[in-house]
Design a protein around this ligand. Sequence first.
Ligand code: NI
Length: 396
Amino acid sequence: MINPNDIKELAGRFLPDVVEVRRHMHTHPELSFQEFETSAYIQSKLTEWGIPFKNNIVKTGIVATIEGKNPQSKTIALRADIDALPIVEENDVSYKSVNTGVMHACGHDAHTSSLLGAARILNTLKNNFEGTVRMLFQPGEERIPGGAKLMIEEGVLDNPRPHSILGQHVLPQLEAGKVGFKGGMFMASADEIYVNVHGKGGHGAMPHLAIDPVLIAAHIVVALQQMVSRRSNPLVPTVLTFGKVVANGSTNIIPNEVYMEGTFRTMNEEWRAKAHEIMKTTAESLAQSMGATCEFKILKGYPFLVNDEDLTERARQAAIEFLGADNVVQLESRMTAEDFAYYTQLMPACFYRLGTGNLARNITSGIHTPTFDIDESSLETGMGLMAYLAIKELAL
Ligand code: NI
C-alpha cells in the first residue's frame, strides 16, 4: 500500500506546474461545448506527462487511463468539468480572462488542473497499485442537457463499468486545505421554466377594454408558490423562483404580454413529475379563467445528486487520514444542481467539496460572481486527496 506521505510529497512537487495549468485555463476560458482550446491544452499536458487518453468524446471531452499492476482487477473513475461561464471577470490578476465575457467563475479550472495533477501522481505511482484509474475531462457542465449525460451516452462508463466514481467541486465558503462530505441526497434536480402570458394591451385608464397580462402573471407567480407551500410534502425540499418578469408597458400602457423565467428544484423524481403537471395546469387554467392564454414550458434539467453512503463514508475516513480530522467537515445538502448527478444515478458515486477560500487574504467571493477566485494552495489538496482516494478505493 502506498504511504500517504509519498502522495503528499508528489503533490507538493507538482503544485507549481498545476498552478500554471490552472492559470492558463483561467486566462483562456471557453463556454460549454466550445472548449476546443481547453481540450487541446489538457491533451498537451497528458502527452507531456506520458498519460494515454482518448479524445473527441462529445467533441471536446477526454478520457485518460492509467493502468497499475493487474489493470483488469478493478476500475475507478475520476471526473472534472472543463467549461466556463458567460461572466465578465472583474479580478485584477495576472491570469485574468482574456476572453472578455467568459470566465472560469465556477472553479472548473481548479477541478481540471487538480485532476491533471492527480493523474500525474497516479502515473508516477502506477507500479505501486493494482487496477485502473479512468479520468473523465467533461465538457458542458453548465448547460442543459449536460456534458455528463452525453459522455455517458458515448460509453465512457462502459467496458468495463467502473466500480465507483469520484468528483470534486470548489467551495469558497470553506477554507483552502479543508474538504467537505455529505452522504446520501446532496444536490437538487433543476428545471428551467419559460412562461408567456398573452393578454390584450390597451390604455391604462381603460382596463375593461384590455386583458391585463401583468395582473394575471402576478396571480400565476403567487398561485405557484401556493403549490410549494400547500401541495408539496413539507419533508421534500422544493424551491420555485421566478427571476425574470418582463412586462414592457408603461405607467399608462397595458402591454400585450408578459414573459417570465424561473427555476424549479426538488429532490424527489415522482414529485418533480407531478409538480411539472400542477404548475402547467395552474398557470394555464388561471390565465384562461381571466380571459388570457398562457404558454408554460418546462425544460427538464439535471436530476438530483445522491452520494453513495458507504463510498462517501470511506472517502471521508480516507480524507481524515490524509488531511487530519480538523480539515474534514460535514456538509448540508443544497438546492444547487450539478450534472455529476447523472453518474450518481448509475453507480456508487461521491461528489465532495474542496475548500478554496481564504478569509485572511480576502478570497471569499461566491461561485458564479465576477470576483470569484481561489486560494491556489487548495490545488495541492485537490490533486493529492483525489489521487489518494482513488488508490484507497482500488485497494479495497
Ligand atoms: Ni460548477
